[in-house]
Write a protein that binds this ligand. Structure first.
Ligand code: C2E
Ligand code: CA
Ligand code: CA
Ligand code: CA
Length: 277
């Protein structure tokens, strides 16, 4: 019996050790990721709930790790937020987004592109200046660049980001509240924010067609957004049944696998050329 316990322990310790080593190596790898150009921009369309027309695009980061392969953001973004490395990722995504927007703009396409930013970015006094100079260098109308901020991140950050949000708004950049419904913000708080869009969290959409009470809840969130004069977007729409409910509820835009999964930039361009709503 004691032998079995020992062998159990000797199996357990190296596993913890390995996990720590993996985290440490991820930290040093993350420094390399930007320098070695291992980050990628994936794009997912946002379409009108009424007629399916393409209304905007969201940029989502991917990391093509030399050893571990494609890493989704949940495997490194929280970690990068913890270590402060997220600022370099955000800057890379902003530069990449502005390049994509410039291409579209040159083609006469009035498509917006939304970049996800973390609360740490909003506490960075250099952010507004960097966004302003990127837009100026590219001679791009600021309203084409959108920034998505999670409701829970905003609530955790306290009042400081609000000033930064106002500065971004004055630049002409549009702001969205992401994962709405999960962060417990108050109406008074929402009313204070210079935002143009609420993105309803996927958890409210998933399987909503099977539950009348959740349908009502979804309807109330859409009404709340509209009473604040905001565009209401639903994320994670996977089925026609969910889509129909959102359309009936008056939701403005939808995003999700039903329309398209996030794609790398060339695949998105192909999708866009073939897309017929
Ligand atoms: P998010 O901003 O809420 O992005 C939506 C996530 O839902 C994306 O996951 C997307 O691939 C996924 N998704 C889209 N449609 C569907 C659907 O129909 N069904 C399901 N099940 N999922 C769908 P992804 O790309 O893995 O990103 C996860 C989260 O990581 C994002 O959530 C965002 O919070 C964060 N993130 C992604 N890119 C960035 C970035 O560049 N910077 C920062 N700070 N965070 C990022
Ligand atoms: Ca988002
Ligand atoms: Ca979201
Ligand atoms: Ca999310």
């Amino acid at each position: 019996e004691s032998k079995r316990m020992r062998s159990h322990a000797s199996l357990y310790v190296p596993t913890l050790e390995a996990a720590r080593k993996q985290q440490l190596s991820l930290l040093s790898d993350l420094q390399e990721a930007v320098a070695q150009n291992q980050l990628r921009q994936f794009l997912q369309p946002k379409v009108s709930a009424l007629d399916g027309s393409l209304r905007g695009v969201e940029a989502l980061v991917r990391w093509q790790h030399p050893v571990r392969g494609w890493l989704p953001p949940n495997e490194f973004v929280p970690f990068a937020e913890h270590t402060g490395r997220i600022r370099q990722i955000t800057q890379w995504m902003l530069e990449r987004a502005v390049r994509t927007l410039s291409t579209w703009h040159a083609q006469g396409l009035q498509l917006s592109l939304a970049v996800n930013v973390s609360t740490l970015d909003l506490q960075d006094p250099g952010l507004v200046g960097r966004v302003a100079s990127l837009l100026k260098e590219a001679e791009l109308p600021a309203h084409l660049l959108h920034l998505e901020l999670t409701e829970s991140g905003l609530m955790a950050a306290g009042p400081e980001p609000i000033q930064v949000m106002h500065s971004l708004h004055e630049l002409g950049v549009k702001l969205s509240i992401d994962d709405f419904g999960t962060g417990q913000s108050s109406l008074a708080y929402l009313q204070m924010l210079p935002v143009h869009e609420l993105k309803i969290d996927r958890s409210f959409v998933d399987g909503v067609n099977f539950d009348a009470r959740r349908q009502e809840l979804l309807g109330s969130i859409v009404k709340l957004g509209h009473s604040l004069r905001l565009t209401v977007t639903a994320e994670g729409v996977e089925t026609e049944a969910e889509m129909a409910i959102l359309r009936n509820a008056g939701c403005d835009l939808v995003q999700g696998y039903l329309v398209a999964k996030p794609m790398d930039t060339p695949a998105f361009e192909q999708w866009r050329e073939q897309y017929r709503p």
